[in-house]
Design a protein around this ligand. Structure first.
Ligand code: ADP
Ligand code: MG
Length: 240
């Protein structure tokens, strides 16, 4: 379970998030929505421990991430992966080296074990025979798959997907959504999807949490969201 309690955060003296309360259970599908600049990425980076809130707590599976030791924090962070918006692959490393990176950082494996784990993971995201290709030679969709393989290689319980379909054509976007759902059903990886893509929101049909003006203005089902009479929500959906 991920618990965000009474969280407020400012960056460069500007308040970005105010009194945020969210509880996400393992086994549910959440989509975090809101217009560009509303603080979705900052909120999830804070959950990842990349920003420290001025107020409030983030508790992951019982551990308050800002109160535990570095070693414990590392362990908790292994259970919570993040797929960054731009894929964030290292351009000077090939596909194998990129995907192997978390293994090299966290585990002590020999080369044969490394290759086996990386190959298995790439197979899971439908990428084979790409071990020694450089990121610059990959399409946007393939980069996402490689980043996804890297995100799941330590078998996390949760993944935060930051705008996983942005910038992809519809067919590729749908393939990525299917992969997210496959990882949820077959690998039991709970997805938290940041998006403003209605194709993605409509396909996933998960619980929807909406950020607006520093706060959560909606937390409910896809159906409730679709039928909401709230002015801001209707405008976001283009229903006004
Ligand atoms: N590292 C940072 N330092 C200062 N301000 C930031 C930083 N990152 C994001 N912001 C600001 O926080 C706000 C929310 O940004 P972000 O979470 O990226 O929005 P979203 O993901 O919803 O589009 C924006 O006003 C942005 O300029
Ligand atoms: Mg963002």
């Amino acid at each position: 379970m991920i618990e965000i309690k009474e969280l407020s955060l400012s960056l460069s003296e500007k308040e970005i998030l105010q009194d945020i309360n969210i509880t996400i259970k393992q086994g549910e599908i959440c989509t975090l929505v809101g217009q560009s600049g509303s603080g979705k990425s900052v909120l999830m980076k804070t959950v990842e421990g990349l920003f420290t809130p001025q107020k409030g707590n983030i508790i992951i599976d019982g551990y308050d991430i800002n109160k535990i030791s570095r070693k414990q924090k590392n362990k908790v962070r292994r259970s919570l992966a993040m797929l960054f918006q731009g894929s964030a692959l290292l351009d000077s490393l090939d596909v194998f080296q990129n995907v192997a990176l978390p293994l090299v950082e966290h585990l002590d494996l020999n080369n044969t074990e490394l290759i086996k784990k990386v190959s298995d993971c790439l197979q899971l995201v439908d990428l084979k025979h790409t071990l020694h290709i450089m990121p610059s030679q990959l399409s946007g969709g393939m980069k996402k798959r490689v980043a996804l393989a890297r995100a799941i290689i330590l078998q996390p319980d949760y993944i935060i997907y930051d705008e996983p379909t942005t910038g992809l054509d519809l067919v590729t976007a749908n393939e990525i959504i299917e992969l997210i759902m496959m990882l949820f059903k077959e690998q039991k990886i709970t997805p938290i999807i940041i998006t403003h893509d209605f194709n993605c929101i409509n396909k996933v049909k998960g619980r929807i949490i909406m950020l607006h003006d520093k706060r959560i203005i909606f937390d409910g089902s896809f159906e409730q969201f679709r039928n909401s009479d709230d002015k801001v929500i209707k405008k976001f959906q283009g229903r006004n």
